[in-house]
Ligand binder design. Structure first.
Ligand SMILES: Nc1nc2c(ncn2[C@@H]2O[C@H](COP(=O)(O)OP(=O)(O)O)[C@@H](O)[C@H]2O)c(=O)[nH]1
Ligand SMILES: [Mg+2]
Length: 327
């Protein structure tokens, strides 16, 4: 056999091994359980209520299909210590600017510290009407990405934001993003909070050395594996119109920390408009990220997500690529 044949065999073996590894680490999200389609609110508490119908990839938003301006999805895992302050700020902004036209969906991802009950108590304390704050409990922990995906797919607002429970991003900054969605609700758009303007400020410089190193490592991997046009992929403050939700979230696979990158990959693959907005952000204690365990998981998920789309292991099933008119 010639050298060329050996080379081909070698390359095919390498490719087949990479393919198998990607299949091994790829994710198939579990189906929603029936209890996850219900929520509780601050009424008498004896009954659960049905969430809005799940958004599908074939839905076409008209802007007339919802009475609500905005839904806010808050993924929560053991957040009794941090959620209160975030809700104070969030409800103040929404009551002032969107009274009667908003909902907050708390997705409690198997917390053990009674986050769900805390959220209902907080809704009473803030005197918001029943059914404005909805609490969904996931039967089994899915991770932040799974919780955000679940909440957004059952959101009923014309726009839907996901925001971290720690209130690290100043909530009122959503007001800078909303005008971007003013016209043409059928055109999918994504607005993402960005901390890129803060790289040399105390908020980032004062983070621990190891956290900053891991952050730079992650940014480099994100850059190499697919997202070059977005400076801050990881900020937990992203706003979508209904059209963008239906084009992106029915296709999600990644359930843990790196799901933001899959959201952006899906948006870029379909030429969906993405705009970054500088937001005010402060580091809040009590992060759920375990540096040692999660950074390895993040790196694996990142590489696997990119390669899985490349190899066709992850696909945009029913969702057709958008035509030129939406670019
Ligand atoms: N639903 C859900 N949310 C989570 C999970 N882990 C973290 N979160 C939420 O994700 C958001 C960001 O978490 P945080 O620990 O502040 O991450 P960091 O800001 O990247 O350090 C918070 O709202 C957390 O409650 C999880 O396993 N499930
Ligand atoms: Mg945080």
């Amino acid at each position: 056999m010639t050298g060329a044949v050996y080379l081909v065999i070698f390359l095919v073996t390498i490719l087949a091994s990479i393919y198998s590894v990607v299949i091994f680490f790829s994710h198939t999200p579990r189906k929603e359980t029936s209890s996850e389609l219900n929520y509780t609110t601050n009424d008498d508490g004896s009954k659960t209520h049905q969430l809005s119908r799940r958004i599908t990839s074939t839905d076409i938003a008209t802007g007339e299909d919802s009475l609500l301006d905005i839904s806010v999805v808050v993924p929560c895992y053991n957040e009794t210590k941090r959620l209160g302050k975030m809700l104070d700020e969030c409800v103040l902004y929404l009551e002032t600017n969107h009274k009667g036209r908003y909902e907050i969906i708390i997705v409690d991802d198997g917390s053990q510290d009674h986050t769900a009950e805390f959220a209902i108590k907080k809704a009473n304390e803030l005197k918001i009407r029943p059914h404005v704050l909805k609490v969904v409990k996931l039967s089994k922990n899915r991770g932040k990405g799974g919780a955000v995906t679940h909440g957004l797919l059952h959101a009923s607002g014309k726009l839907a934001l996901f925001a971290d429970a720690d209130g690290a991003t100043k909530f009122s900054d959503v007001g800078k993003m909303i005008p971007y969605f003013a016209n043409n609700p059928e055109v999918p758009k994504v607005a993402i909070g960005s901390r890129a303007h803060m790289v040399n400020t105390d908020a980032v410089v004062k983070r621990s050395f190891i956290r900053n190193c891991l952050m730079y490592g992650l940014h480099t991997l994100v850059y190499v594996f697919g997202i070059q046009d977005v400076q801050d992929t990881q900020c937990g403050f992203k706003l979508f119109n209904k059209s963008a939700i239906s084009k992106i979230f029915p296709h999600m696979h990644t359930e843990r920390w790196i799901f933001d990158v899959e959201v952006l990959l899906l948006a870029e693959m379909q030429k969906i408009q993405i705009k970054e907005f500088a937001v005010n952000w402060v580091e809040i204690d009590g992060s759920k990220v375990d540096l040692a365990r999660d950074s390895i998981g993040m790196a694996i998920d990142l590489v696997v997500t990119r390669l899985a789309y490349l190899f066709g292991i992850y696909k945009l099933d029913k969702c057709k690529k958008l035509g030129k008119k939406n670019q």
